[in-house]
Design a protein around this ligand. Structure first.
Ligand SMILES: [Zn+2]
Length: 127
């Protein structure tokens, strides 16, 4: 499985086989539950205490980028921008995509911000 496909499907960064999350992102009650270890290669996802605190930075970047993009569309395609509509749109978008933001942030944290966790498909005999 390619890097991008494994990332989009929420697979383990090390073996690209096991699922990181236990449930689908559409399950609003359990979307944030993760496996402690990879079901396939047994690597521990939270490699050190507080590892996923760093995911907040990715989540922050996602939120600010969405505010800017929504603002760009509001201020580009509207002559008379209603500030309450802009704020309502930003809040609605943030709430609607919060599960995506959560998962994306944690996956980015594991895939990008943990350089010691490389793909080891060759060592496991899988590709
Ligand atoms: Zn794995």
């Amino acid at each position: 499985m390619s890097f991008f496909a494994a990332f989009v499907k929420g697979k383990c960064p090390q073996c690209r086989e096991g699922n990181v999350f236990t449930h689908k992102g559409t399950n609003l009650k359990k979307f944030r539950e993760m496996n402690d270890n990879c079901p396939s290669c047994q690597v521990k996802f939270e490699s050190e205490p507080g590892f996923f605190w760093g995911a907040m930075y990715f989540s922050y970047v996602y939120s600010v980028a969405s505010f800017i993009i929504i603002g760009f569309f509001f201020f580009t395609y509207s002559d008379d921008v209603n500030l309450s509509w802009y704020i309502s749109s930003v809040i609605a978008f943030t709430l609607m995509t919060s599960t995506l933001s959560f998962r994306l942030s944690r996956l980015l944290m594991m895939y990008i911000a943990a350089p010691y966790r490389k793909f080891k498909g060759n060592y496991l005999g899988k590709r």
